[in-house]
Design a protein. Structure first.
Length: 236
Protein backbone atom coordinates (compact mmCIF):
# COMPACT_ATOMS: atom_id res chain seq x y z
CA UNK A 1 0.00 0.00 0.00
CA UNK A 2 1.56 3.29 -1.15
CA UNK A 3 0.25 6.46 0.50
CA UNK A 4 1.34 10.05 -0.14
CA UNK A 5 0.75 12.84 2.38
CA UNK A 6 1.12 16.48 1.34
CA UNK A 7 0.44 19.80 3.05
CA UNK A 8 -0.36 22.03 0.06
CA UNK A 9 0.43 25.34 1.81
CA UNK A 10 -2.91 27.06 1.39
CA UNK A 11 -3.67 25.12 -1.81
CA UNK A 12 -0.59 26.43 -3.65
CA UNK A 13 0.69 22.96 -4.62
CA UNK A 14 -2.63 21.59 -5.92
CA UNK A 15 -1.34 21.54 -9.51
CA UNK A 16 1.45 19.10 -8.53
CA UNK A 17 -0.83 16.20 -7.64
CA UNK A 18 -1.17 14.76 -11.15
CA UNK A 19 2.62 14.62 -11.46
CA UNK A 20 2.89 12.89 -8.07
CA UNK A 21 0.38 10.31 -9.26
CA UNK A 22 2.25 9.79 -12.52
CA UNK A 23 5.65 9.47 -10.84
CA UNK A 24 4.83 7.39 -7.76
CA UNK A 25 1.47 5.65 -8.52
CA UNK A 26 0.13 5.90 -4.95
CA UNK A 27 -2.95 3.98 -3.85
CA UNK A 28 -4.05 6.90 -1.64
CA UNK A 29 -3.16 10.61 -1.41
CA UNK A 30 -3.92 12.46 1.84
CA UNK A 31 -3.96 16.25 1.69
CA UNK A 32 -3.84 19.08 4.19
CA UNK A 33 -4.44 22.81 3.62
CA UNK A 34 -6.42 22.35 0.42
CA UNK A 35 -9.34 24.51 -0.69
CA UNK A 36 -12.11 22.00 -0.20
CA UNK A 37 -14.73 23.76 -2.32
CA UNK A 38 -14.35 22.89 -5.97
CA UNK A 39 -11.77 20.12 -5.65
CA UNK A 40 -11.40 18.04 -8.79
CA UNK A 41 -13.15 14.69 -8.68
CA UNK A 42 -10.17 13.04 -10.40
CA UNK A 43 -6.39 13.44 -10.30
CA UNK A 44 -4.39 12.33 -13.31
CA UNK A 45 -5.53 9.04 -14.79
CA UNK A 46 -5.82 6.97 -11.63
CA UNK A 47 -7.14 8.76 -8.53
CA UNK A 48 -10.65 9.71 -7.45
CA UNK A 49 -11.80 11.99 -4.64
CA UNK A 50 -13.11 10.02 -1.65
CA UNK A 51 -14.13 13.02 0.44
CA UNK A 52 -13.02 16.38 1.78
CA UNK A 53 -13.83 18.30 4.95
CA UNK A 54 -16.50 20.98 4.84
CA UNK A 55 -16.14 22.87 8.12
CA UNK A 56 -13.51 25.30 6.83
CA UNK A 57 -12.15 26.64 3.54
CA UNK A 58 -8.67 25.16 3.98
CA UNK A 59 -9.11 21.58 5.04
CA UNK A 60 -8.38 17.94 4.36
CA UNK A 61 -9.02 15.64 1.43
CA UNK A 62 -8.35 12.02 0.47
CA UNK A 63 -7.99 10.61 -3.04
CA UNK A 64 -7.89 6.88 -3.78
CA UNK A 65 -7.06 4.50 -6.62
CA UNK A 66 -10.32 2.65 -7.43
CA UNK A 67 -8.65 -0.34 -9.07
CA UNK A 68 -6.88 -1.04 -5.75
CA UNK A 69 -9.13 0.20 -2.92
CA UNK A 70 -12.79 1.19 -2.53
CA UNK A 71 -14.29 3.39 0.24
CA UNK A 72 -16.65 1.69 2.68
CA UNK A 73 -17.12 4.49 5.23
CA UNK A 74 -15.85 8.07 5.57
CA UNK A 75 -15.82 10.36 8.59
CA UNK A 76 -14.46 13.78 9.47
CA UNK A 77 -13.64 14.62 13.08
CA UNK A 78 -13.27 17.85 15.03
CA UNK A 79 -10.51 17.59 17.62
CA UNK A 80 -9.74 19.68 20.70
CA UNK A 81 -9.18 23.29 19.64
CA UNK A 82 -6.17 25.45 20.39
CA UNK A 83 -6.46 29.15 21.22
CA UNK A 84 -5.37 29.85 17.64
CA UNK A 85 -8.33 27.81 16.39
CA UNK A 86 -10.79 29.55 18.67
CA UNK A 87 -9.66 33.07 17.74
CA UNK A 88 -8.85 32.76 14.03
CA UNK A 89 -10.96 29.68 13.19
CA UNK A 90 -8.56 28.29 10.56
CA UNK A 91 -9.76 24.71 10.95
CA UNK A 92 -12.76 22.95 12.44
CA UNK A 93 -12.09 19.37 11.33
CA UNK A 94 -8.51 18.19 11.76
CA UNK A 95 -8.99 14.51 10.94
CA UNK A 96 -10.47 12.89 7.84
CA UNK A 97 -10.61 9.11 7.76
CA UNK A 98 -11.77 6.54 5.24
CA UNK A 99 -12.37 2.85 5.79
CA UNK A 100 -11.25 1.09 2.64
CA UNK A 101 -11.64 -2.33 1.07
CA UNK A 102 -8.36 -3.55 -0.38
CA UNK A 103 -9.38 -5.34 -3.58
CA UNK A 104 -6.03 -7.01 -4.11
CA UNK A 105 -5.89 -8.63 -0.65
CA UNK A 106 -9.66 -8.79 0.02
CA UNK A 107 -9.50 -7.07 3.39
CA UNK A 108 -10.31 -3.76 5.05
CA UNK A 109 -8.12 -1.03 6.46
CA UNK A 110 -8.32 2.60 7.61
CA UNK A 111 -6.33 5.52 6.19
CA UNK A 112 -6.54 9.03 7.62
CA UNK A 113 -5.32 12.53 6.82
CA UNK A 114 -4.40 14.51 9.95
CA UNK A 115 -3.44 18.13 10.58
CA UNK A 116 -2.45 19.02 14.14
CA UNK A 117 -2.80 22.44 15.77
CA UNK A 118 -0.11 24.97 14.76
CA UNK A 119 3.10 25.65 16.65
CA UNK A 120 1.41 28.38 18.70
CA UNK A 121 -0.25 25.55 20.65
CA UNK A 122 1.43 23.39 23.27
CA UNK A 123 2.78 19.94 22.50
CA UNK A 124 0.43 18.62 25.17
CA UNK A 125 -2.56 19.77 23.12
CA UNK A 126 -1.20 18.12 19.98
CA UNK A 127 -0.65 14.89 21.92
CA UNK A 128 -4.28 15.11 23.05
CA UNK A 129 -5.36 15.56 19.42
CA UNK A 130 -3.27 12.58 18.29
CA UNK A 131 -4.56 10.37 21.10
CA UNK A 132 -8.17 11.31 20.34
CA UNK A 133 -7.63 10.80 16.63
CA UNK A 134 -6.31 7.28 17.21
CA UNK A 135 -9.32 6.46 19.37
CA UNK A 136 -11.71 7.76 16.70
CA UNK A 137 -9.99 5.69 14.03
CA UNK A 138 -10.40 2.53 16.10
CA UNK A 139 -14.11 3.25 16.33
CA UNK A 140 -14.29 3.59 12.55
CA UNK A 141 -12.43 0.31 12.01
CA UNK A 142 -12.11 -1.73 15.23
CA UNK A 143 -9.00 -3.89 15.06
CA UNK A 144 -8.24 -2.98 11.46
CA UNK A 145 -4.79 -2.01 10.17
CA UNK A 146 -4.72 1.78 10.44
CA UNK A 147 -2.43 4.43 8.98
CA UNK A 148 -2.64 8.12 9.94
CA UNK A 149 -0.44 10.48 7.92
CA UNK A 150 -0.22 14.23 7.80
CA UNK A 151 1.24 17.39 9.28
CA UNK A 152 1.74 16.70 12.99
CA UNK A 153 3.39 20.09 13.70
CA UNK A 154 5.70 18.34 16.16
CA UNK A 155 9.31 19.20 15.23
CA UNK A 156 10.93 18.55 18.64
CA UNK A 157 10.65 16.04 21.51
CA UNK A 158 9.44 13.32 19.13
CA UNK A 159 10.97 10.61 21.32
CA UNK A 160 8.45 11.49 24.02
CA UNK A 161 5.69 11.56 21.41
CA UNK A 162 6.73 8.13 20.14
CA UNK A 163 6.44 6.74 23.68
CA UNK A 164 2.97 8.25 24.10
CA UNK A 165 1.85 6.97 20.72
CA UNK A 166 3.11 3.48 21.58
CA UNK A 167 0.95 3.54 24.72
CA UNK A 168 -2.02 3.97 22.37
CA UNK A 169 -1.00 0.85 20.45
CA UNK A 170 0.50 2.76 17.52
CA UNK A 171 4.00 3.21 16.12
CA UNK A 172 5.49 6.52 15.00
CA UNK A 173 7.62 6.50 11.85
CA UNK A 174 9.58 9.49 10.57
CA UNK A 175 10.59 10.03 6.97
CA UNK A 176 14.16 9.63 5.77
CA UNK A 177 14.82 13.39 5.76
CA UNK A 178 13.26 16.61 7.03
CA UNK A 179 9.93 17.68 5.59
CA UNK A 180 10.07 21.38 6.47
CA UNK A 181 13.16 23.49 5.78
CA UNK A 182 11.82 26.95 4.94
CA UNK A 183 12.80 28.74 8.16
CA UNK A 184 16.07 28.01 9.95
CA UNK A 185 14.63 27.77 13.46
CA UNK A 186 11.58 25.69 12.45
CA UNK A 187 13.22 23.04 10.28
CA UNK A 188 12.51 19.40 11.02
CA UNK A 189 10.18 16.46 10.58
CA UNK A 190 6.65 17.82 10.60
CA UNK A 191 5.01 15.31 8.26
CA UNK A 192 5.15 11.65 9.28
CA UNK A 193 3.06 8.58 10.02
CA UNK A 194 1.55 6.73 12.95
CA UNK A 195 0.21 3.25 12.38
CA UNK A 196 -1.05 0.01 13.87
CA UNK A 197 -1.29 -3.34 12.11
CA UNK A 198 1.18 -2.19 9.44
CA UNK A 199 4.89 -2.60 8.91
CA UNK A 200 6.14 0.59 7.30
CA UNK A 201 8.93 -0.48 4.97
CA UNK A 202 9.85 3.12 4.25
CA UNK A 203 8.70 6.71 4.66
CA UNK A 204 10.40 8.76 1.98
CA UNK A 205 10.56 12.55 1.73
CA UNK A 206 9.84 13.48 -1.88
CA UNK A 207 11.35 16.41 -3.81
CA UNK A 208 10.26 19.93 -2.92
CA UNK A 209 7.41 21.56 -4.80
CA UNK A 210 5.74 24.93 -4.32
CA UNK A 211 4.62 24.16 -0.76
CA UNK A 212 6.73 24.95 2.31
CA UNK A 213 6.23 21.27 3.26
CA UNK A 214 7.73 18.40 1.31
CA UNK A 215 5.42 15.48 0.50
CA UNK A 216 6.10 12.06 1.98
CA UNK A 217 5.58 8.61 0.47
CA UNK A 218 4.68 5.76 2.85
CA UNK A 219 5.23 2.13 1.82
CA UNK A 220 3.01 0.13 4.19
CA UNK A 221 2.66 -3.66 4.40
CA UNK A 222 0.18 -5.61 6.51
CA UNK A 223 1.99 -6.78 9.64
CA UNK A 224 0.08 -10.05 9.94
CA UNK A 225 0.70 -10.86 6.29
CA UNK A 226 4.43 -10.44 6.86
CA UNK A 227 4.21 -12.74 9.88
CA UNK A 228 2.44 -15.40 7.77
CA UNK A 229 5.13 -15.12 5.08
CA UNK A 230 7.84 -15.58 7.71
CA UNK A 231 6.08 -18.68 9.08
CA UNK A 232 6.00 -20.17 5.58
CA UNK A 233 9.71 -19.54 5.16
CA UNK A 234 10.48 -21.21 8.47
CA UNK A 235 8.30 -24.18 7.56
CA UNK A 236 10.17 -24.65 4.30
Amino acid sequence: MLVISYNLRKHRAISELAALDERWSPDVICLQECETSGLAEDIGHHLQLAHSTTGNRLGLAIYYRPDRVLPRAIRAFALKKSLHDRVLRPAHERLLAVRLHDIEHDRELVVASFHAAPLTALNSLRRHQIRTAHAQLQELGPGLPTLMVGDYNYPVFKENLADKVRENGYELTLSDSRTYTRYKFFRGHYDFATSTGFDLRSVQTLPRGSSDHLPILVDAHYADRLADDDDELIAI
